[in-house]
Design a protein around this ligand. Structure first.
Ligand code: VG1
Ligand code: CO
Length: 543
């Protein structure tokens, strides 16, 4: 086996987005495309000679091909050891845990999350640093810059390793260890949650359904929920990872999990329903007759976390992404703990978690997590919910209603306009940005604009600044309109419009969400003209 230096030329489009580099498989399959990007990552890092690299993915189409390339390039660049999940599989939070637990230098997470997979579907590569979390902007910017001038990459002429066989295999000077993808993660969950109490809940007749969406969490959920917690066989559905997600869309929302939602709304249905996405970092929570919005789930988990052994001495603080509703802010206020508002994307939580300033983080896009890893964690959220249900001996609906009666309710929705012409989307955002200074003080549909800006984040830990993170328009009554462009799409542009209205603790909490937000939806259209300018009659997805 000899190390080789192969000449190459740059690809212009290797700029990482919200969560690493995401492109269609045909793009990733171009000659040297993966090799260039991996070499650009390694060229942007220092001091990894002889160190450990964790590699794993959600099992989607092209996962196996990319992993073999990554192993060769890691070996040629001087890593000492690679830890890879059996079959090339690792959920995103499990990869984060392995990096931390085995003190790896970093890791490669191969996934396009909730985007569809297959020969024409999406693929993605994300680099995580030694704390287990996504690389900060400083590194992703350097990787992009390097990818634009790359002239060669290093690899080694070695045969493919057998990803099916647990144990050690040598690749050049580097050792590859194929490990059980589930064991370390399950051990971590046992340390955080009261498994006895959850086992007793299931033994008492509590029924749940967990939809793994033919994606990565199937093996994890089967071992933990059916195996260790004793839920009946068949609780986990769609539990075998498929390279094409069975031709589905592994996005745990009310569109792609409609059947489960409908089942939970019937008397015969189970007590609790949950789902996770392609790479296992998102979660959907539905109780009997009650869908819990991700923003509410964040607030509820923060308010009740002390009921789980891992958080019994309380939480240090909460962080949420800017477009996430302010429901969690009210919990932080009551608990007298720090509250942080960060740009979209998990990488912005890393510093706050590392500094011990926050314990629980969340995003409106179905992501919640804690300081146990440095990624959002779908199964963690499900297990924390189960722990809370077991401890409180109440149903989800009752817990949610009591929460609103204590803190008030933040009605919240997100309207996505997908595959919009990029030029139209950019012009629309630029125009609105230009008019922001004129808005404060104006009264629109009876609501007074309190502030209007393009969100700039000042990281309180490292002092870095991230500008242009999304337009925020706040009203005197606490309502908000947020507009931003997605950084994860692979076709055209996706416009995300986020709408929020606060109803106090003694207000009405039983309104239909879309109706409750109708006045704000009207104002947003008046200000941004998304429908008028894109020619769309309605959003592609409403969550
Ligand atoms: C979306 C979500 C964001 C999330 C990101 C990655 O980004 O809005 O909250 O962090 O996906 O999630 P964007 O830029 O498209 O709005 V995942 O599950 O891909 O790792
Ligand atoms: Co994901």
């Amino acid at each position: 086996m000899t190390v080789q230096t192969i000449e190459t030329t740059p690809y212009a489009d290797q700029k990482p987005g919200t969560s690493g580099l995401r492109k269609r498989v045909p793009v990733f399959s171009q000659p040297n495309y993966v090799e260039n990007y991996l070499q650009a990552i390694f060229d942007s890092l220092d001091g990894f000679a002889g160190e450990t690299l964790v590699i794993g993915g959600d099992g989607r189409f092209y996962n196996d091909v990319a992993i073999q390339k990554a192993i060769r390039i890691a070996s040629a660049n001087g890593f000492g050891r690679v830890l890879v999940g059996q079959g090339g599989l690792l959920s995103t939070p499990a990869a984060s845990n392995l990096i931390r637990k085995y003190k790896a230098f970093g890791g490669l997470v191969l996934s396009a999350s909730h985007n569809p997979g297959g020969p024409d579907g999406d693929f993605g590569i994300k680099y995580n640093i030694g704390n287990g979390g996504p690389a900060p902007e400083k590194i992703t910017d350097a990787v992009f810059a390097r990818s634009q001038v790359i002239e060669s990459y290093k690899t080694i002429d070695s045969p493919d390793i057998d990803l099916g066989a647990l144990g050690r295999q040598q690749v050049g000077e580097m050792m590859v260890e194929v490990i059980d993808p589930v064991a370390d993660y399950a051990e971590l969950m046992q340390a955080l949650f009261d498994f006895d109490a959850i086992r007793a809940l299931f033994a008492s007749g509590f029924r749940m359904t967990f939809d793994a969406m033919h994606a990565i969490t199937g093996p994890y959920a089967k071992v933990i929920i059916e195996g260790q917690l004793g839920a009946s066989a068949g609780t986990v559905v769609n539990g075998v990872p498929s390279p094409t997600f069975n031709d589905g869309h592994p996005d745990p929302n009310l569109v792609y999990c409609k059947d489960m939602h409908d089942l939970l709304m019937t008397p015969e249905g189970p007590d609790f329903g949950a789902a996770s996405d392609g790479d296992g970092d998102r979660n959907l929570i539905i109780g009997k007759n009650r869908f819990v919005t991700p923003s509410d789930s964040l607030a509820l988990l923060a308010a009740n976390a002390h009921l789980a052994p891992g958080y019994k001495s309380g939480i240090a603080g909460i962080a949420r992404s800017m477009p996430t509703s302010a429901a969690a802010d009210r919990v932080a206020e009551k608990l007298g703990i720090e509250m942080h508002e960060t740009p979209t994307g998990w990488k912005f939580f890393g510093n706050l978690l590392d500094a011990g300033r926050v314990t629980i983080c969340g995003e409106e896009s179905a992501g919640t997590g804690s300081n146990h890893v440095r990624e959002k964690d779908g199964l963690w959220a499900v297990l924390l919910w189960l722990n809370i249900l077991a401890a409180r001996r109440q149903g989800v609906d009752e817990i949610v209603r009591q929460h609103w009666a204590t803190y008030g309710r933040n009605y919240y929705t997100r309207h996505d306009y997908e595959e919009v012409d990029a030029a139209i989307a950019n012009a629309l955002v630029d125009d609105l940005r230009g008019r922001l200074p004129t808005l404060p003080g104006q009264v629109l549909n009876g609501l007074e604009v309190a502030y209007a800006d393009d969100f700039t984040y000042h990281d309180p830990v490292d002092g870095s600044t991230s500008a242009k993170q999304g337009i925020r328009i706040g009203f005197a009554d606490g309502s908000r309109i947020v507009l931003r462009l997605s950084g994860t799409g692979t076709v055209g542009a996706t416009l995300r419009l986020y709408l929020e209205r606060y109803e106090a603790a003694d207000g009405r909490h039983d309104l239909d969400t879309q109706l409750a937000l109708e006045p704000l939806i009207g104002i947003a259209e008046q200000l941004a003209g998304v429908k008028a300018r894109t020619g769309r009659i309605e959003p592609s997805v409403i969550t």
